[in-house]
Design a protein around this ligand. Structure first.
Ligand code: GDP
Length: 438
């Protein structure tokens, strides 16, 4: 379950909010005397999602040095584990120097930060909410924990910042790397599968996948990692034959992609990258999968330079989301070059998994805005305030601004490309969400 930490200086109202959000108490993690007490976790439901709330309140009284130091000591452990940080400030009191000091430190943390301006009942809080922008975490959510105001807003805003729900229950560490081998008929998918399974230590042969038309096999690669291949080739034998031509099954391809992290798009190098291949590549992009291209039948290619450039050029003009994707020239039939495939896949997967820390992300964001200002809409410049990266797999950036939704397509593309270049994520689809704020 995703973990949420509520932090802030003493008396801002953390416990009050905590009690409003908690559903029931879970076991105390570690309560042994003499051992540094760990924080407690409580079950809560935020915006329809089950989460764990981390209780740091009890730790606050312990080390009696500076307020900032105390906040930090009590929160550090919780923050390291949190998927989302609710940074609470007291709107009645306004921002204090320790809030600001704390914010500076929080900006270096990995998890997204949502500022919660508490005690805004009645007329309080307008000023502090304005001030809260200065903290650099985007729009604060104004609430009154005591009076129960603004809580539903808090629920929906917080839920949007949580990492996406995991698809499987399996422990992340134990999970095999999941690959889909996709491509049009006769590109060499079956041959590649056999070569991979033949060279590596196979665990299971072809077995039915999660969906009816997917077949999975598992092996251990030379890095010692488990790899599960979902392939669409297995059922191609059953595919309809129309006028002597085998039809690619779009449904099967989508199903295989859904089960995978990385899609290996097998191309026939003798034919280049055509509309049918692009269509499959777009499906992979749409499903948010990392892509590696296997440029197959390399043994039979005469002009290799032209073949390579042809593929990259077509991608550049027709599918910018896959700009710079790794292309592995290989021959599934002879096995030559196939050894380059797994390392390329692992590297691309790493990019797909990568979370950019909030501080680093916003340094990029500010630089990108400086280089190219957002355009005008209705005569007024669109202001973008802040970026977060709530999740990876695929990398997802959320950008906040008063009229962020009005941002035109070409500027969105600019931001995505700039992000991809800055953080070196070729072959990885990047999701950009824009959130309007008031
Ligand atoms: P699939 O429909 O994508 O599964 O394609 P297959 O694996 O059945 O291969 C289609 C045809 O291409 C077969 O005749 C293979 O022998 C041939 N083929 C596959 N890989 C290579 C390769 O690396 N080089 C050459 N020259 N032919 C290949």
């Amino acid at each position: 379950l995703p973990r949420i930490a509520i932090i802030g200086r003493p008396n801002v109202g953390k416990s009050t909010l905590f009690n409003r959000l908690v559903r029931r108490k879970l076991a105390i993690v570690d309560d042994t005397p003499g051992v540094t007490r760990d924080f407690k976790e409580y079950e809560a439901r935020i915006g329809g999602r089950d989460v764990l709330l981390l209780d740091t309140a009890g730790l606050e009284e312990a080390p009696p040095d500076t307020v900032a130091g105390r906040m930090r000591a009590s929160s550090e452990a919780a923050i390291r584990q949190a998927d989302l940080i609710l940074f609470m400030i007291d709107a009645k009191a306004g921002l204090t120097p320790s809030d600001r000091a704390f914010a500076t430190w929080l900006r270096r943390q990995k998890a997204p930060v949502l500022v919660v301006a508490n005690k805004t009942e009645g007329r309080h809080g307008g000023m502090a909410a304005m001030e809260a922008y200065e903290l650099g975490f985007g729009d604060p959510v104004a609430i009154s924990a005591e009076h129960g105001e603004g809580i539903s807003d808090l629920h929906s805003t917080a839920a949007a910042l949580l990492p996406e729900e995991p698809e499987e229950e399996e422990d992340e560490k134990d999970r095999p790397l999941r690959l889909a081998i996709v491509g049009r008929p006769n590109a060499g998918k079956s041959t590649l599968l056999n070569t991979l399974l033949g060279e590596e230590r196979m665990i299971t042969g072809p077995e039915p996948g999660l969906t009816r038309d997917a077949v999975t096999s598992e092996f251990i690669d030379d890095q010692g990692g488990r790899v599960r291949i979902v392939d669409t080739a297995g059922m191609r034998k059953k595919a309809k034959v129309v006028e002597g031509l085998e039809q690619m099954s779009v449904g099967a391809t989508i199903n295989a992609l859904k089960e995978a992290e990385v899609a290996v798009l097998v191309l026939d190098a003798l034919l280049g990258l055509d509309e049918q291949d692009l269509r499959i590549a777009r499906l992979a992009e749409r499903e948010g999968r990392a892509v590696v291209i296997a440029l197959n039948k390399w043994d039979a290619v005469e002009d290799r330079t032209a073949a390579r450039h042809g593929v990259q050029d077509t991608l550049m003009t027709s599918l910018a989301q896959l700009k710079g994707v790794t292309v592995v020239a290989m021959s599934a039939a002879t096995g030559r070059g196939v050894d380059k495939l797994m390392p390329a896949i692992r590297e691309t997967l790493e990019r797909w998994n990568r979370r950019v820390p909030t501080g680093e992300l916003n340094r990029w964001f500010e630089g990108a805005l400086e280089k190219h200002q957002p355009p005008l809409a209705d005569g007024r410049r669109i202001k973008l305030r802040y970026a977060t990266m709530p999740k990876a797999r695929p990398p997802t950036i959320v950008i906040f601004g008063p009229r962020a939704e009005d941002l035109p397509e070409d500027y969105r593309r600019y931001l995505v490309n700039s992000f991809r270049d800055t953080f070196d994520m070729p072959g990885v689809p990047i999701r950009l969400q824009l959130r309007g704020t008031t």
